[in-house]
Design a binder for this molecule. Structure first.
Ligand code: PBG
Length: 331
């Protein structure tokens, strides 16, 4: 049944036909919007390397959350920037933690918006690493896995007690999903789901986020805890372990350079799969668009479609609010 009987162009002739045979769709329901919150009043300061994204204070954050919900996006993920940083990141799990105040404010104004919190220490530590730094057996400062677990557990509990609908550990310590699950269950919060940053790579694409969250490592890098980019089978082991430890949603991060990992994970696991289209991926398109080199809207929708086509159910993206608007207006 080859040419000329078969003509694949027949079903591409017009937009109606293309709509009918489209294999992959992106809906606002698939999107999660990251937001940054810091102490202060009336703060809305644009992140230079992430145009259209801001650091908010709690009240301005609530306004933004309302408009995100109104655009049809079901969820936000919150990142906190503390007043003061210290070696143990104590403001991550303090009673009056910035994130906890933010969660309370957003939940009050938007009760049906799903409020997810990022659970990690790098925004709160003065050294910028995702855990407790100790000398390792070679005498080199490194993040101590098991000492970090206790702090992550405290942080997740503080977020959940403040009303977070879901917690999302992004630190890449071994065993943190199990530790957080056990602590939530013991604290009467067995119905709070965990979205695990399961296959999170030591990527060059996190730069703009580290500006936004003021969280770059002050020495070294994150290669001893985040995954090595060449590894794919290891990602399957990370995801399998997180599911075993009780993760409800698993994540691959970043997205575009790791579409093969997303596809493998979607084929292998039945848990809902998220992908994080990260700050550097977003900033690159924004910069090209600002120069007139690329059409931002078309590029963004093509990228989001590609991530869904690779097998992701959910996408964390800085385009979430805008994309939800683009997706609901007819071309
Ligand atoms: C915290 C965290 C990071 C990102 C999400 N959670 C930064 C990092 O690991 O350095 C990056 C998100 C982005 O680049 O958009 N550990």
């Amino acid at each position: 049944m080859g040419f000329p009987k078969t003509r694949l162009r027949r079903l591409r002739r017009n937009e109606t036909l293309r709509r009918m045979v489209r294999e992959t769709r992106v809906s606002p329901d698939d999107l999660i919007m990251p937001l940054f919150v810091r102490p202060g009043a009336g703060v809305k300061s644009e992140i230079v390397s992430m145009p259209g994204n801001y650091q908010f204070s709690t009240v301005t954050l609530v306004e933004e959350a309302k408009s995100i919900e109104a655009a049809g996006v079901p969820a936000v993920v919150l990142f906190g920037i503390p007043e003061k940083k210290d070696a143990l990141g104590t403001e991550a799990y303090a009673d009056n933690a910035i994130i906890c105040r933010a969660v309370e404010g957003v939940k009050k104004a938007c009760p049906s918006l799903c409020v997810i919190t990022d659970v990690c220490l790098c925004e709160y530590t003065d050294h910028g690493h995702c855990g407790v730094v100790k000398e390792n057996r070679d005498g080199v400062p490194d993040v101590d896995n098991d000492a970090t677990l206790d702090l992550l557990v405290k942080e997740a509990l503080a977020h959940a007690r403040a009303g977070a609908d879901m917690v999302a550990p992004s630190d890449m310590m071994d065993g943190r999903v199990g530790a957080i699950r056990a602590a939530l269950d013991e604290d009467g919060m067995s119905d709070v789901p965990i979205m695990a940053y399961s296959a999170k790579y030591a990527s060059a694409f996190y730069g703009p986020f580290r500006d936004a969250a003021e969280s770059p490592p002050q020495f070294g890098d994150r290669a001893s805890y985040q995954m090595d980019p060449p590894n794919a089978r290891e990602a399957m082991r990370e995801i399998a372990l997180d599911i075993e430890e009780g993760a409800d949603i698993v994540m691959v991060k970043p997205a575009l350079p790791y579409l093969d990992i997303i596809r493998r994970a979607a084929d292998r696991f039945d848990a809902p799969l998220a992908a994080y289209h990260v700050s550097g991926e977003f900033a690159a398109i924004k910069a090209a668009a600002a120069n007139g080199w690329i059409d931002e809207r078309r590029a963004a929708l093509e990228i989001l479609t590609a991530i869904r086509r690779a097998g992701a159910d959910l996408i964390l993206t800085y385009w979430a609010k805008e994309a939800a608007k683009w997706l609901t207006e007819r071309p």
